[in-house]
Design a protein around this ligand. Structure first.
Ligand code: PLP
Length: 392
């Protein structure tokens, strides 16, 4: 037998392991110092009460013969899909409930959607990038091209008419840069995709953090229903990183190469996915209830407040950054021309604060750094005071 040799082409990413090792070494050498982690990519606040109640009720249902549930439908229960469709409607986007597939989170579908596309397709990702898009396609043996996000375009890469791509991953608001595309910019991507017969895989995992008029869905853009698939997640929206639930939207009219992509994805899911558990789907539906949407805002506002603490300090220090406004991430240029790892060491040694070196997210991350707002408010304030002190 032979293994999938494409795995040999994966570039080892030691980013988080190296961050952890350096942090542990520092902690061992300086037991008196309290380290504050502003590199956390996971949420820290608990689920909203209405969500927990729904999940508990879902568990109770499983404990009684009359309400017990077995295998769920591959595409999710209708009441959850209807709740998601109604959520889209609130921001003026028409998505039909039967175009929605309930998933166990956006990460799986980011990679799994590749099952319905040929291995010969060229994949375009922006750089810096959420590494899952790259690694999943390297495993499948696809060629990857990079669109440069940099300071000149405010970390919002735009298409190059001379580059031919078949599958395009866009993430807005972006991880790691926090930058969010405007409607005009997304329209350029949609037109490019339609002209090139490409498909956009639009990762909207952070849409709930948007506070200005940036689109919260690619389907707010004219022409997107003919070229785009949207992935979304309740992980950061509602604290589901451990609970696991998301959704993927494939318009019924989306066709490529003589095939309907919604039908192909249904076939794929029916073969390889057995759905999301009843208690989790009950919890997901509760997120989209009026009370659920109100309660999750409390957590979102908490993280937003942290992001503002970080971005206000960078404004004060005159440091260039993106994100922080529509995003839990703040992406900053390392001060005084420092490299990403140099700045990491500087912050750790001088402020006992840990962040994430940008170069772990691609070439264009060199000289940049990611801070996140998922920590506690008090600790974020304290970390920022320390950072200000050592940079002033
Ligand atoms: N997409 C992006 C851009 C992310 O940053 C993450 C998580 O960090 C995910 C998807 C994964 O989401 P989920 O927890 O729903 O799998």
């Amino acid at each position: 037998m032979r293994i999938n040799k494409n795995f040999d082409n994966l570039v080892p990413n030691y980013l988080f392991a190296d961050v952890a090792r350096k942090t542990n070494e520092f902690a061992a050498a300086h037991p008196e110092k309290e380290i504050i982690k502003l590199g956390i990519g996971d949420v820290t606040l608990p689920l909203a009460p209405v969500v927990v109640d729904a999940m508990k009720k879902g568990c109770d249902d499983l404990s009684r013969k009359e309400t017990f549930k077995g295998y769920p439908e591959y595409e999710g229960y209708d009441f959850v899909r209807e709740a998601v469709a109604a959520y889209y409607k609130k921001s003026g986007v028409d998505v039909a409930a039967d175009e929605i597939f309930i998933s166990d989170g956006a990460k799986s579908d980011c990679g799994n959607l590749g099952d319905i596309f040929s291995k010969d397709n060229t994949v375009l990702v922006t750089d810096p990038v959420y590494p899952v898009y790259v690694d999943a396609n390297i495993m499948a043996g696809r060629k990857i091209v990079y669109a440069s996000s940099n300071r000149d375009n405010n970390f919002l890469a735009m298409p190059d008419e001379n580059v031919k791509a078949d599958i395009i991953y866009l993430c807005s608001p972006n991880n790691p840069t926090g930058a969010a595309y405007s409607a005009e910019q997304l329209k350029v991507w949609v037109d490019y995709a339609n002209k090139n017969n490409a498909v956009i895989l639009y990762d909207a995992a952070y849409e709930a953090f948007i506070t200005d008029d940036s689109p919260r869905s690619i389907f707010a853009i004219e022409g997107a229903r003919k070229c785009a698939i949207e992935l979304c997640s309740l992980s950061k929206t509602a604290g589901f990183t451990g609970t696991r639930c998301g959704y993927t939207v494939i318009p019924k009219e989306l066709e490529r190469d003589g095939h309907n992509l919604h039908a192909l994805w249904y076939r794929r899911q029916a073969t390889k996915f057995n759905g999301v558990s009843w208690p989790v789907q009950c919890a997901a539906a509760a997120v989209f209830s009026d009370e659920g949407l109100r309660q999750i805002q409390n957590n979102l506002n908490y993280y937003r407040k942290n992001a503002k603490v970080i971005s206000d300090a960078l404004d004060e220090l005159g440091i260039y950054y993106t994100g922080g406004k529509n995003s839990p991430y703040v992406w900053l240029e390392c001060p005084n021309g420092m490299g990403s790892w140099e700045f990491f060491d500087f912050l750790l040694n001088n402020a006992a604060v840990v962040g994430t070196p940008g170069e772990g997210f691609g070439e264009n991350g060199k000289g940049y750094f990611r801070l996140t707002s998922f920590g506690s408010y008090e600790k974020t304030l304290e970390a920022i005071e320390r950072i200000k002190k050592c940079l002033k």
